[in-house]
Design a binder for this molecule. Structure first.
Ligand SMILES: Nc1nc2c(c(=O)[nH]1)N[C@H]1C(S)=C(S)[C@@H](COP(=O)(O)OP(=O)(O)OC[C@H]3O[C@@H](n4cnc5c(=O)[nH]c(N)nc54)[C@H](O)[C@@H]3O)O[C@H]1N2
Ligand SMILES: Nc1nc2c(c(=O)[nH]1)N[C@H]1C(S)=C(S)[C@@H](COP(=O)(O)OP(=O)(O)OC[C@H]3O[C@@H](n4cnc5c(=O)[nH]c(N)nc54)[C@H](O)[C@@H]3O)O[C@H]1N2
Ligand code: SF4
Ligand SMILES: [Mo]
Length: 798
């Protein structure tokens, strides 16, 4: 038996935002196991990995892997394939691309590269994808779609600082109260789970406000169930309690927010003096004082929070007064009516939150409803009222990417070979992409090349993709597995797994730059993306832009101006990284305080919980608005009375790990639907009945499990299972088309316009994708009905 050696690898489960590096142990040319990596410096003990990280060493050898280039032999989706050579695949694909470009222009080609899930998403794979796009000029709809929109919306308008979403869980250090709200970090975010468990064992109290009784609810000291899509009403009910009982932190509100800024009763704008300064009413001097923009000092001895005043004949009120009046509508009775949370629980929760400090609202990306922007905005209002945002061990986090110091590499040089101003890729809003696919305007969508993501599975609805691909001349899927998207492709191209290719890990979580080296030879005929892009570029006439090996690209990547890397001594050259494998940057020991000293990009320089420019939409202060489709107390749905919830699974990473029999076994062996026994009884259904979950868009046939962890009103199927693992149909048939005109609304349109205006003339570099908007996240904002499955009653679908 040979000696053991090791390399570092980006975990194949990377897409969960934990961004772990694995230590991959190799013996006799085979991977024998994966372990935690050894970091250095203050992060020495940080390299935890989870069950998926440990199991991933099996993946390269899985016999279901996509290992050879394949060409469709039967009808699209029929599952008949013919093995071909890379040469043939590349020649044919390039020939079609040239023909399509000649006839319709490059806008008839889409390059789908949702970078999140291909490890390491901020590495060379993402950069080369952007480079290729910028040479070819393909449509890039995913740079314009956030699946994770709510937190971005909230932080854009209230702080003009998207970093406010991201708080390192190391900051839960002295937290007394953690409110896990609409997320499931215990099962989904191992690093956050660690921090929560530690906080709890030193005495912190954990509340979980959720829909289903998940792992985080089980870990919590108190579970508060809330009806789906209604959390903004609950949060605003808490805000009302804080305000009416004067339990808010007035000094904090004055220092960090626009609470005291006068607003005009006439037009709702913040009132300004002749010099463009804002105004605050001083109760002591009984007159207005001016406050300079960008966080000028408030020179009032006793700034007014409430009341009405008259300045130069204009009636005005402090912004706080508007918040107070707004919150007053969220009475305990109303909250109970909307959210199903009893008044006693609202009172207990509000009082606990008002009096326990420091506290954290741990929100994440679990509120996938059209109204998510309002909900996350209401969380920040709570964090401000209690003075927690920016406080030591206090805060509000909504995106749960535990990013500490994000490392910047030399992205621009690689992504924009002719400079950013000459970027050719066509960043379109998801809505425009959907419209193009549906109507063929401005040009038909003729070719779809997917190098990252699994859109047919994850970017609903399935019928949209079936119709779109039907009209296309070319569909290419570059993946490591045979996915739901691959099933509908013309060509399948096998990528290398991270265990088989070079890259650099922007392992931001741990402030280390880590080199990924191949642990093993590529299995079968897998080839990395450098090969794919280089060979296509050659055939498409821009070969000179792809003249490097992967390792040479990595050397370019390291040539960064980012100070925490640039000033390393000795300099971080590729040779040094190759020798040391893992190098700590010059990052400070403390986790990053993303609040940046509470400096915000808003015109006032303060948190603007009141946003006059959103008045035309009725959203100037976070408001509960009904979700898109989920049935509510006020709008029940007779035809489709249940919410259809397809949230994430502990043993799967989105659609990955679903090919591992052990992970499938741990996940129950096969997919099922879960319902509360009360609902099942009403529907005349029993445990293990075969049921059809359906709506106007499609259906899925699954065995039923009765489960009290499901609240009445919700039908649940875990996200992750592939279509072919269901007996018939799949959940991706039921979900509304994300980013379609019918799921976005005028506020999303306004937000898009404002963001694109802001980003001009510089397009977003690779990885900045989700900063841009163009879709509301309505994945769980879905209504459905259930019935016992009988063959003849089946809904027709694709
Ligand atoms: N194991 C694993 N980990 C993952 C992933 C994975 O696929 N597998 N995916 C990763 C990705 S990309 C993301 S975005 C994150 C997402 O991670 P989270 O944001 O934690 O999302 P989920 O786990 O899907 O959902 C969390 C919980 O939200 C609750 N919920 C649903 N609707 C509502 C509601 O209206 N109100 C309230 N209060 N609660 C509600 C449900 O009880 C559910 O358990 O997870 C990441 N981590
Ligand atoms: N029903 C439902 N839908 C959802 C969600 C939900 O909760 N429920 N969650 C949404 C969210 S938050 C997100 S982030 C999206 C995620 O959507 P996607 O990013 O599309 O999710 P993944 O399934 O992780 O897709 C990653 C794809 O990349 C492939 N892949 C993995 N490693 C490599 C590699 O090294 N090279 C190449 N070429 N390919 C690789 C995987 O096999 C997989 O097909 O899904 C969204 N869709
Ligand atoms: S937490 Fe995510 S990235 Fe880390 S080991 Fe687990 S699956 Fe991999
Ligand atoms: Mo996500």
């Amino acid at each position: 038996m040979g000696e053991e050696s090791f390399v570092y690898t980006a975990c194949p489960g990377w897409g969960d935002h934990e961004h772990c590096a694995l230590k991959t142990i190799v013996r006799d040319g085979k991977i024998v196991r994966t372990e935690k990596i050894e970091y250095t410096g203050p992060e020495k003990e940080y390299g935890y990995i989870c069950q998926k990280g440990v199991m991933s060493c099996r993946q390269p050898y899985n016999e279901d892997r996509l290992l050879y280039p394949m060409k469709r032999a039967g009808k699209r989706g029929e599952g008949k394939w013919e093995r071909i050579t890379w040469e043939q695949a590349l020649d044919e694909i390039a020939e079609k691309l040239i023909a399509i470009k000649d006839e319709y222009g490059s806008a008839a080609v889409t390059h789908w590269h949702l970078p999140a899930a291909v490890p390491p998403h901020l590495g060379i794979t993402g950069m080369l994808a952007t480079r290729w796009n910028n040479c070819f000029g393909a449509v890039d709809p995913v740079a314009g779609v956030g699946y994770d929109n709510g937190p971005s919306y909230a932080t854009w308008f209230q702080f003009a600082n998207p970093m406010m979403q991201l708080v390192d869980p190391a900051r839960f250090h002295n937290t007394e109260l953690l409110i896990i709200w609409g997320c499931n970090p215990i099962e989904n975010q191992q690093r956050v789970a660690n921090a929560i468990v530690e906080a709890q064992s030193r005495g912190a109290y954990i509340v979980d406000i959720g829909l289903i009784f998940d792992g985080s609810a089980g870990k919590a000291d108190w579970f508060v169930p809330c009806k789906p899509g209604t959390d903004a009403a609950l949060a605003l009910g808490m805000a009302r309690y804080l305000i009416e009982n004067e339990l808010y932190d007035a000094a904090y509100m004055t220092e960090h927010t626009i609470a005291n800024y006068l607003t005009s009763v006439f037009d709702g704008e913040l009132v300004k003096d002749g010099q463009g300064n804002y105004l605050v009413w001083d109760l002591e001097a009984t007159g207005p004082v001016s406050v300079a923009p960008a966080r000028g000092e408030i020179a009032a001895a006793r700034p007014a929070f409430t009341g009405s005043y008259e300045v130069d004949g204009v009636s005005c009120t402090p912004a706080f007064e508007l918040l107070k009046r707004h919150a007053a509508r969220y009475t305990p009775e109303y909250v109970e009516h909307i959210c199903g949370v009893p008044p006693t629980d609202l009172l207990k929760l509000s009082h606990m939150y008002a009096t326990t400090k420091p506290s954290f609202i741990v929100g994440a990306l679990g509120l996938r409803y059209q109204n998510a922007g309002e909900t996350y905005s209401s969380f920040y209002i709570l964090g401000a009222l209690t003075g927690n945002i920016g406080a030591e061990s206090g805060g509000v986090t909504t995106a749960l990417m535990p990013t500490c110091i994000p490392i910047m590499f030399n992205d621009k040089e690689i992504c924009y070979p002719d400079g950013q101003e000459n970027a050719k890729h066509l960043m379109v809003k998801q809505e425009e992409f959907v419209r193009q696919c549906r109507t063929g305007e401005p040009v038909p969508m003729k070719a779809f090349i997917k190098t990252s993501g699994n859109p047919v599975h994850n970017a609903p609805t399935r019928s949209f993709w079936l119709e779109t691909f039907e009209k296309a001349d070319l569909v290419v899927d570059f993946d490591i597995w045979y996915t739901d998207t691959g099933e509908l492709a013309d060509y399948l191209l096998p990528d290398c797994m991270p265990f088989e290719r070079y890259d650099i890990l922007n392992s931001a979580d741990y402030n280390h730059v880590v080199l990924q080296e191949p642990a093993i030879e590529p299995q079968g005929e897998a080839r990395d993306c450098t090969y794919l892009y280089t060979e296509l570029a050659k055939r498409l006439g821009f070969g000179e832009y792809f003249d490097k090996t992967t390792e040479e690209w990595l050397a370019v990547m390291l040539d960064t101006d980012y100070p925490l890397v640039k000033f390393l001594d000795p300099p971080l050259t590729y040779e040094r990284l190759k020798k040391e494998k893992c190098v700590r940057t010059l990052a400070p020991a403390e986790p990053l305080d993303n609040t940046n000293g509470m400096q915000f990009g808003t015109p006032t320089g303060r948190m603007e919980f009141y946003i006059p420019r959103l008045r035309p939409y009725g959203r100037e202060i976070a408001t509960y608005v009904e979700p898109l489709e989920v049935p509510t107390t006020d709008t029940p749905n007779e035809k489709y009375p249940y919410q259809f919830f397809s949230g994430r699974q502990r043993f799967f990473m989105q659609s990955m790990f679903t090919d591992d029999p052990v992970m499938c076994e741990l996940s129950g062996g096969k997919p099922c639907a879960r319902m509360n026994p009360i609902d099942a009884k009403r529907e005349g259904l029993r445990d293990n009945d075969k049921i059809e979950v359906y709506n106007q868009r499609g259906h899925v046939i699954v065995p039923l499990r009765l489960d009290e962890a499901m609240p009445p009103g919700t039908v649940h199927v875990w996200f992750g299972w592939r279509r072919r693992q269901f007996e018939k149909g799949t959940y991706a048939e039921l979900i509304p088309t994300v980013g379609a005109p019918e799921t976005i609304n005028d506020i999303a349109q306004y937000w898009w316009d404002e963001q694109t205006q802001f980003m001009k003339p510089e397009p977003q570099p690779a990885g900045g994708a989700t900063m841009a908007v163009g879709a509301w996240d309505t994945l769980w904002d879905t209504a459905c009905a259930v019935r016992k499955y009988e063959e003849q009653k089946e809904v027709t679908n694709g």
